[in-house]
Write a protein that binds this ligand. Structure first.
Ligand code: ADP
Length: 593
């Protein structure tokens, strides 16, 4: 699959073509917007691609800065999505409008290719309320005022690259990712999820940036309006375009130029560097506190990747966190071939990693993942969800046992049908008596079987004082003996088991799941807040069966599924999903159900 990624920014348009089959970049280009405007700039993309021989485009990924509350993942672009991105444009005035031009270009020149929006905010959807909530009036919060964060695609890439470099799982790492470019942000990534980030409802909050101020006292709006007679628009414009490194240094936003001037004793340039580094260090300290520690500090973005002296300034005085930079390694960083060198001293508790961000590649990966998941979700291919039923304790009896317990010639009386064909609950109940205790009024299920079987939960085996094996129904060989008591008498019988969890299914279902009879599978039951995965669930296939997973009361409690306790099978509102299968062909299963 070949994916065109369009990253339409405020001052330039970057576009690349990736071959996802070979995992390679086929083409990469950047055009400055200059004076010709967005439309004319974007119209150069198809021309450049044709000139480069890139005529096959299977899908297009667009970087969209602001996805608001709504867009938490990559999304197929349609008219509604375009309208929603337009609505969010005031929150990302420099970035969302260019992305819309990019989408328009994609639709005009590649009308048959799916267009997928990948949002900078999506990775931060996991930020908890305590971190994303501003302490402002409720009406403002209801209107969508909260911290959203940006650079999510970059921070996610850095997280994955760091984990790969350390041969660790993202689940085991607390990473502070610093994306320091013209736009700059820090992100606290706690065990694979973003838990805080320095940009807010807009991309203006947080670090000092090329021409953006980052954090300021919101009181300046009133103060500047009253004292300098500035309008809100004028103040906002200055905070976006005339602040940050540009304002502090008086030399523009190029960090290289500022560092050179600072080395030549320019006091404004020196102040710019100090303010920039101090703000970044403050956020790093805050995020280490937010996560209760930090394992990795990662640098990326034009400044983070290239400026050894800025990395040094930022890391100075972080020794209290256990971070010790190795100056030689720091000053000899080489990032060719997407390297991710470590630049800490050997005894440093925190690893410090530098890597080049690859937002375009990450967008292509997100698009590819989105399209693969979509393909898997085709309704005709989707295996059905499995209804979950809870089996409370019950007893199956032979006709001879029925007569011993309820009287000669007695036939079980049907109470109601169960969901599996031919199975029903009887009016009759028995007491189950063990050496330690009794379980009273245990429901008998019909019809009669060739051998007695008493199914209890593991907890109830302690009530009875007998250890019972976990068995698939029907497998009663070598099971413990106990006493059953009915109105007409008592009898001693073996057959006590704790039922092995299992799924009944028809051959057609089995085909859709890709399962064979006797396979053991892992099954997830979505029952928040105690969503549970059961392993070693036996698959039982028969044309008479109805798709249903059976668990006992202990298991239902573990998964927080409510159930009836009256000794028969209760269908619940829960559904299960198959998550893994290990074919097992050697469990003993009788034909009797
Ligand atoms: P954007 O946010 O526009 O993608 P970049 O990630 O390209 O920005 O970063 C641009 C910043 O990186 C500029 O401030 C630039 O001066 C700085 N930069 C690039 N190379 C170096 C370098 N060798 N030393 C210091 N700063 C650098």
């Amino acid at each position: 699959m070949r994916i065109l990624v369009i990253n339409a920014g405020s001052s330039s348009v970057k576009f690349s073509v990736f071959d996802m089959d070979t995992q390679t970049t086929r083409f990469k280009h950047e055009i400055e917007i200059g004076t010709i405007g967005f439309k004319a700039t974007l119209a150069q993309i198809p021309v450049a691609l044709v000139e480069a021989g890139e005529t096959r485009i299977d899908a297009i990924g667009h970087r969209v800065a602001h996805g608001g509350e709504h867009f938490r993942d990559a999304t197929l672009v349609d008219d509604d999505v375009i309208a929603a991105i337009e609505v969010l444009a005031p929150l990302a005035p420099l970035h969302n409008p260019p992305a819309l031009y990019g989408i328009e270009t994609g639709r005009i020149y590649w009308p048959n290719a799916p267009q997928i929006a990948v949002f900078d905010t999506a990775f931060h959807a996991s930020i908890p309320a305590c971190a994303h909530t501003y302490a402002v009036p409720q009406a403002w919060r209801k209107a969508g005022l909260r911290r959203y964060g940006f650079h999510g695609t970059s921070h996610k890439y850095v997280m994955e690259r760091v984990a790969q470099e350390l041969k660790a799982s993202t689940r085991d790492l607390r990473i502070i990712s610093c994306h320091l470019g013209n736009g700059a942000s820090v992100c606290a990534i706690d065990r694979g999820v973003s838990v805080d980030t320095s940009m807010g409802v807009t991309a203006l909050e947080g670090l000092v940036m090329g021409s953006r101020s980052g954090d300021v006292d919101p009181g300046i709006f009133g103060y500047l309006q009253r004292s300098l007679a500035l309008s809100i628009d004028e103040i906002e414009n200055a905070l976006y375009h005339e602040s940050g490194l540009t304002a502090l240094s008086g030399l523009g936003n190029d960090m290289r130029r500022i560092e050179t001037a600072a080395a030549e004793a320019d006091p404004q340039a020196q102040l710019a560097l100090n303010v920039f580094a101090y703000r970044a260090r403050k956020y790093i300290g805050a995020y280490a506190a937010a996560m209760g520690g930090c394992d990795v500090l990662a640098f990326t973005g034009g400044i983070g990747e290239n400026s050894a002296s800025m990395r040094r300034r930022i890391c100075d005085r972080l020794e209290f966190l256990g971070l010790y930079l190795d100056e030689d390694r720091n000053s000899s960083v080489k990032l060719d071939g997407f390297a991710a060198p470590q630049i800490q001293q050997p005894h440093s508790r925190i690893r410090v990693i530098v890597t080049q961000t690859r937002e375009q590649w990450m967008i292509a990966k997100e698009v590819h993942r989105f399209l693969s998941v979509q393909a898997d979700k085709r309704p005709d291919q989707l295996p059905p969800a499995i209804p979950v039923a809870v089996s409370a304790h019950h007893v199956h009896l032979t006709q001879a046992s029925v007569e011993a317990l309820f009287g000669a010639g007695c036939q079980l009386t049907k109470q109601r049908d169960l969901s599996q064909a031919g199975a029903w609950t009887a009016v009759e109940t028995v007491n189950v008596i063990g050496p330690r205790g009794i379980i009273r009024s245990v429901r008998v299920l019909g019809p009669c079987r060739r051998s007695n079987q008493i199914e209890v939960s593991a907890t109830e085996t302690f009530t009875l004082g007998i250890e019972a094996p976990v068995r698939i129904s029907g497998d009663t060989a070598d099971t413990p003996t106990l006493t059953l008591e009915g109105p007409a008498g008592r009898l001693q019988t073996n057959g006590l088991i704790v039922a092995q969890r299992h799924i009944h299914m028809q051959p057609e279902d089995a085909k859709r799941f890709g399962l064979a009879d006797r396979d053991l599978v892992d099954v997830a039951i979505d029952s928040p807040p105690r969503t549970t995965v059961f392993r070693d669930v036996a698959v039982r296939i028969d044309p008479q069966f109805k798709l249903e997973m059976h668990i006992d009361t202990d298991e239902a409690n573990a998964a927080a599924i409510s159930h009836g306790g009256d000794g028969d099978l209760m269908l619940t509102l829960c559904h299960a999903r198959l998550t893994a299968c290990k074919p097992v062909r050697n469990i003993f299963i009788t034909t009797e159900s």
